[in-house]
Design a protein around this ligand. Structure first.
Ligand code: SAM
Ligand code: SF4
Length: 357
């Protein structure tokens, strides 16, 4: 198995049978997982040094007209508490984040019909004027190509749209009334054409997912070469049809992140909130598997519990500042630090004035 890990690390590719074999091994064999994670960490160091980029996450709305089986915000969840932030509230979150040093803001939310192109264009334009040098990332689901173009022209730079499942049957089983997997992939391609830095990804351990499916996911991303890759464990939400399903396994999630790092050495890969929810050490374990980004929450404290995509979502401290101090401490313990740069794809680590990373 060491040979497969070496081959992946040097050639950044594996064929499907080898990939599946490696995934099978990382799920059960601690030595292989360790080898793989070490290689992934080495690869991440070469690209990014010991700096971890921070992105300030602003959860725009808990309204969603979609019905993804796994998500607590799905429209059929009548128990969900719904809210949407005003533009003034979003700008206040950004002001606080900017003051703390954040230079990327991520606007994420359910597919909320009130988020028209006009409304979002206005918000993005205001953010762009206020913080000319900051990156603006959107994660607002499936929209038309014209809409993606308009929001890009207003100043958005990046878009996170996980493909969720490369396997059509698995995708359809999780999104029974959706627009289908081909539509999702068309959206990803439209975003790439428009000029965004694009994020793909999937959950690990969602109902029905096999190692063959995960292999397909990894190979699809190796083929489409997204600039960002979001991989986290599935975590059940009690008011969804997947309430009684087990959460994704920690080791398989870490192994999948490590493989993604070796397939796409330059990709920006977060240690996800879902990973931090699954295990108290999830965030650092993610970084020690090749992740190089974390996304602290900048949403107003009053709405955080309402953005409940799964149960017991991890959240740092009551305030963003408190969360950052805690993050700095956690990172310091494993020999890392926060990099407050924008962290664009292909730029490498931000150099401090004295030339240190
Ligand atoms: N609505 C947008 C979308 O779906 O692309 C963005 C927000 S959505 C909550 C962001 C991501 O959360 C999804 O891509 C999905 O992979 C993840 N997610 C949803 N439910 C989850 C669950 N139960 N466990 C782990 N991740 C989940
Ligand atoms: Fe809506 Fe996104 Fe949740 Fe699906 S995953 S229900 S699109 S918020």
């Amino acid at each position: 198995m060491k040979e497969l890990v070496k081959q992946l690390a040097s050639k950044h590719t594996l064929d499907a049978p080898a990939m599946k074999q490696l995934l099978k091994c990382v799920a059960h064999d601690a030595d292989t997982l360790q080898d793989l994670r070490e290689m992934a960490v080495r690869t991440a160091h070469k690209q990014f040094g010991r700096g971890i980029y921070v992105r300030g996450l602003i959860e725009l709305s808990s309204y969603c007209h979609r019905d993804c089986l796994y998500c607590g915000l799905r429209r059929s969840n009548t128990r969900a508490e719904r809210y949407r932030l005003t533009q003034e509230e979003v700008l206040a979150c950004c002001d606080e984040g900017y003051r703390l040093g954040f230079r990327t803001f991520v606007l994420q939310g359910g597919e909320d019909a009130t988020h028209t192109d006009e409304w979002l264009e206005q918000l993005i334009t205001r953010m762009r004027h206020r913080y000319p040098e900051a990156a603006i990332t959107l994660s607002l689901g499936e929209r038309s190509e014209a809409s993606y173009r308009r929001l890009h022209q207003a100043g958005a730079n990046r878009y996170l749209l996980r493909h969720e499942a490369a396997n059509t049957e698995l995708y359809d089983s999780l999104h029974p009334h959706g627009r289908g997997q081909q539509h999702r992939l068309n959206c990803v391609e439209a975003l790439q054409r428009t000029g965004y830095q694009v994020g793909m990804g999937m959950m690990v351990g969602v109902k029905g997912q096999t190692l063959d499916h995960l292999t397909e996911d990894l190979l699809l991303m190796a083929h489409m070469r997204p600039e960002m890759v979001g991989i986290g464990p599935f975590i059940p939400h009690p008011a969804t049809p997947l309430a009684d399903e087990p959460a994704g396994a920690l080791n398989l999630t870490l192994g999948t992140i490590a493989i993604a790092r070796l397939l796409l050495p330059e990709a920006l890969i977060p240690a996800t909130t879902a990973l931090a929810t699954l295990s108290p050490t999830g965030r650092t374990e993610g970084i020690l598997s090749g992740a190089n980004v974390v996304m602290p929450n900048l949403s107003p404290v009053s709405v955080r519990a309402k953005y409940a995509i799964y149960e017991n979502k991890a959240s740092w401290g009551a305030e963003a500042a408190e969360g950052l101090a805690q993050l700095e401490k956690e990172l310091h313990c494993i020999g890392y630090h926060i990099d407050y740069g924008r962290g664009d794809y292909g730029r490498g680590p931000t150099l401090l004035p004295d030339g240190q990373e």
